[in-house]
Write a protein that binds this ligand. Structure first.
Ligand SMILES: *[C@@H]1O[C@H](CO)[C@@H](O)[C@H](O)[C@H]1NC(C)=O
Ligand SMILES: *[C@@H]1O[C@H](CO)[C@@H](O)[C@H](O)[C@H]1NC(C)=O
Ligand SMILES: *[C@@H]1O[C@H](CO)[C@@H](O)[C@H](O)[C@H]1NC(C)=O
Ligand SMILES: *[C@@H]1O[C@H](CO)[C@@H](O)[C@H](O)[C@H]1NC(C)=O
Ligand SMILES: *[C@@H]1O[C@H](CO)[C@@H](O)[C@H](O)[C@H]1NC(C)=O
Ligand SMILES: *[C@@H]1O[C@H](CO)[C@@H](O)[C@H](O)[C@H]1NC(C)=O
Ligand SMILES: *[C@@H]1O[C@H](CO)[C@@H](O)[C@H](O)[C@H]1NC(C)=O
Ligand SMILES: *[C@@H]1O[C@H](CO)[C@@H](O)[C@H](O)[C@H]1NC(C)=O
Length: 300
């Protein structure tokens, strides 16, 4: 067994810089600037063809995002968006949630990471089905499969929310984690964070993290034969009363909270972020080689 399995760490703070993300207007139409909320009752089209999206961002690593919804933070160099993300040759795109700041784009959620699709793909928001991704042959690649949708919202912490006429969420990306936990996002029993094979290939790789009442929050690697092998574990030891509540891990402004269903929570990976979600965006990611790291985009 390879010894790197024992070198997993929860790293200290990673700062991703501070400059304005580059905005590229290839087909400029300044009257179209996506906002953070889209209502189906508006007169705007609820179909976005990847190729014809005007608002484009570039990261220093060769990543690009075409924004469908865009929420700028009070610190203007920071933004949270959803849209079509690609990297390197940009042959294929994934409909994603992306954080922009410091000349970097960070991919924090993907709808279709197992089925990336070329530029001629369309996103639709409908009342009956929610968000739907359709390829150039008219085939559905992905959908939220929700009904009673009246609009969508990208929250300041990076949650893509579809809401109904009452404004209540009917679907949210936070309930479908990929490899990242954003602030206020919970990983509940039965859910997994699963790595992408690499920065360039978003297919699932061999490492995942999950939480159970027996073993706490732990990271595992798939092995050729037999059950996955655990290589990292956060298991609170004290018993603080009966364990009859739900078991979950939650990423917060102060670190990763592990709640074992008792009244106490344990806090790991504490760091000194400015406790304001408007000037700093932090997230915890299980990277493609199985390291759990906390990243920060800030405004310095
Ligand atoms: C920009 O978009 C608006 C609204 O769709 C349209 O009326 C206008 O003609 C467009 N302008 C250009 C230069 O494409
Ligand atoms: C659309 O719905 C929102 C929320 O109910 C409301 O605030 C807004 O005025 C509506 N817009 C139109 C054009 O009807
Ligand atoms: C791009 O997507 C198409 C269709 O999903 C797939 O056939 C092709 O292999 C993908 N190419 C890359 C480089 O991922
Ligand atoms: C969509 O793009 C793919 C890859 O570039 C291409 O193979 C396909 O023919 C295109 N479809 C249409 C309808 O243009
Ligand atoms: C969509 O949701 C309905 C109701 O929950 C379910 O019956 C159906 O199988 C789902 N369709 C897909 C494609 O997942
Ligand atoms: C959109 O999300 C923000 C949080 O970032 C929230 O304050 C606002 O109420 C939401 N709006 C709707 C219509 O859901
Ligand atoms: C992406 O990774 C998966 C899983 O490791 C692999 O099967 C697939 O061939 C890779 N795709 C490309 C385009 O390299
Ligand atoms: C958990 O147990 C406590 C004490 O026995 C009780 O007061 C509480 O209602 C229980 N909670 C749930 C969700 O069952």
């Amino acid at each position: 067994m390879a010894c790197f399995l024992f070198f997993l760490f929860l790293s200290s703070l990673f700062t991703l810089g501070h400059a304005q993300p580059s905005v590229v207007n290839e087909r400029t139409n300044s009257s179209i600037w996506p906002g953070p909320i889209f209502y189906l009752n508006s007169t705007l089209q609820s179909t976005w063809h990847n190729k014809f999206i005007n608002r484009r961002f570039q990261g220093s690593d060769g990543s690009k995002t075409r924004a469908v919804l865009l929420r700028q933070m009070s610190e203007k160099s920071l933004a949270v968006m959803c849209g079509f993300y690609c990297i390197d040759t940009c042959t294929n795109y994934s409909f994603s949630v992306v954080i922009a700041g410091g000349n970097d784009l960070s991919l924090v959620w993907s709808a279709n990471r197992e089925h990336p699709a070329p530029e001629n793909t369309t996103l639709q928001l409908t009342r009956e089905e929610g968000l739907v991704l359709i390829n150039s042959d008219g085939i559905k690649i992905w959908s939220t499969n929700t009904s009673s949708v009246s609009g969508m919202n990208i929250s300041s912490s990076g949650n893509l929310i579809l809401f109904n006429d009452e404004g209540n969420p009917v679907w949210q990306s936070f309930d479908h984690p990929t490899d990242t936990l954003l602030v206020d996002q919970k990983l509940i029993e039965g859910q997994r964070l699963t790595v992408s094979s690499s920065q360039y290939n978003w297919s699932q790789g061999p490492y995942f993290a999950t939480i159970t009442s027996a073993l706490g929050f732990a990271a595992y690697t798939d092995v050729d034969q037999g059950p996955p092998m655990m290589y990292y574990q956060l298991l609170p030891t004290q018993n603080m009363g009966s364990a009859n509540e739900s078991v979950f891990a939650e990423f917060s402004q102060v670190g990763l909270l592990v709640n074992m269903g008792t009244r106490a929570q344990w806090n790991y990976g504490e760091y000194n972020a400015i406790p304001s979600s408007d000037t700093v965006i932090v997230f915890l990611k299980l990277d493609s080689i199985g390291n759990l790291k906390i990243y920060q985009h800030d405004n310095e």
